[in-house]
Design a protein around this ligand. Structure first.
Ligand code: IPM
Ligand code: MG
Length: 356
């Protein structure tokens, strides 16, 4: 019996609701599979922890996570605490502390879900966005001086290192090569950002030589936003900086029907530390506690986690069950349906059992 130790951080708002749904489905899946078991350890880190202790997690939080095989994360953010405090205190502290440098965001139009783009069929939108996850615009460099004075100054420095760009580029090319179309769009803004993103272009050209099977295209980020809407079929794998990919992935999720379905994996592809899996949506306080949060993003993230743990059969079984439930129209209100979080999770459990 293979045992996987999972650290669970449900976090804030709808985080605990979708993570509970995810754990229920994962338990059902492990029981059906029979080859592996998941050992969950929950951590009450997040905004409530901040109100109680003044910190989003304990000082040695990142070290506590190291002994796990993976981290399953809900959402973070609260109306009464500044967003940059909650973000840097927990999610970014973990991603950067464990050097989870590759962020993977698959986006697909699932059967039964309508895209806001007219006439789009599921096969027309099947992308993987690779987001640089350790530096760029999220490097944390910058500062403020002359606070509150008319000549106050604030800087926010995007940092690009050859090592950081090279590793994400190799990762993205490898992802592109593993997919049938073998196509990679390298997104930059190297016309305006003439240092970091010109380095990005140069490294892309160098790494491209290592992957002759992959067709590469370079597109500026503004043009890429338009292409996503106008020519979604021209896109397969995408690599972009931390901020550009953040923005493009929200657009992508919206085009695929809802932010509620999109999953993400914060990976340490070198496997020196556990990787972290989470829905891309936030804590959504407007709907928290109502039981209507869409669990699909959390469930799909659980499938990515299983894949990373080597449980490929279970991962594809879970994805097929999610697709079957969506195709059957068992959808939460964000997708125009009337099902609750638990009804969707329950239906996924049933679909798992029926081998769909
Ligand atoms: C994401 C989110 C986060 C980010 C937020 C919650 C700070 O939007 O994972 O895409 O910007 O990285
Ligand atoms: Mg985002």
């Amino acid at each position: 019996m293979r045992i996987h130790r999972i650290a669970v951080i449900p976090g804030d708002g709808i985080g605990p609701e979708v993570i509970a749904a995810g754990m229920q489905v994962l338990e059902a899946l492990a029981a059906l599979d029979g080859g592996f078991r998941l050992e969950f350890t929950s951590f009450d880190w997040g905004s409530e922890h901040f109100r109680r202790t003044g910190a989003m997690m304990p000082e040695d939080g990142v070290e506590q996570l190291r002994r796990f095989d993976a981290i399953y994360f809900g959402a973070v953010g609260a109306p009464d605490i500044p967003d940059h405090v909650t973000l840097w205190g927990l999610r970014l502290a973990i991603c950067q502390g464990l050097d989870q440098w590759a962020n993977l965001r698959p986006v697909r139009l699932l059967p039964g879900i309508r895209s806001p783009l007219a006439g789009l069929a599921p096969d027309d939108l099947d992308w993987v966005i690779v987001r640089e996850n350790s530096e760029g615009e999220y490097a944390g460099h910058g500062g403020r001086s002359h606070r509150g004075r008319p000549h106050e100054v604030a800087s926010e420095v995007a940092v690009f290192t050859r090592a950081g760009v090279t590793r994400i580029m190799r990762f993205a090319f490898a992802v592109a090569r593993s997919r049938p179309r073998r196509h990679l769009t390298v997104v930059t803004k190297s016309n305006a950002q003439r240092y970091g993103l010109v380095l990005w272009d140069e490294v892309a050209a160098e790494v491209a030589r290592e992957f002759p099977e992959v067709t590469v295209e370079r597109v500026l980020v503004d043009a890429m936003a338009a292409r996503m809407v106008r020519e979604p079929r021209r896109i397969d794998t995408v690599v972009a900086t931390n901020l550009h990919a953040d923005i493009l992935s929200d657009l992508a999720a919206a085009l695929a029907g809802s932010l509620g379905i999109a999953p993400t994996a914060n990976l340490d592809p070198d496997r020196r530390a556990p990787s972290m899996f989470e829905p891309i949506h936030g804590s959504a306080f407007d709907i928290a506690g109502k039981g209507v949060a869409n669990p699909v993003g959390a469930l799909w993230s659980a499938a990515l986690m299983l894949e990373h743990l080597g449980e490929n059969a279970a991962a594809s079984r879970l994805l097929r069950a999610i697709e079957a439930v969506c195709a059957a129209g068992i959808l939460t209100p964000d997708l125009g349906g009337r099902a609750t979080t638990l009804e969707v999770a329950g239906a996924v459990c049933v679909a798992l059992g029926s081998g769909e």
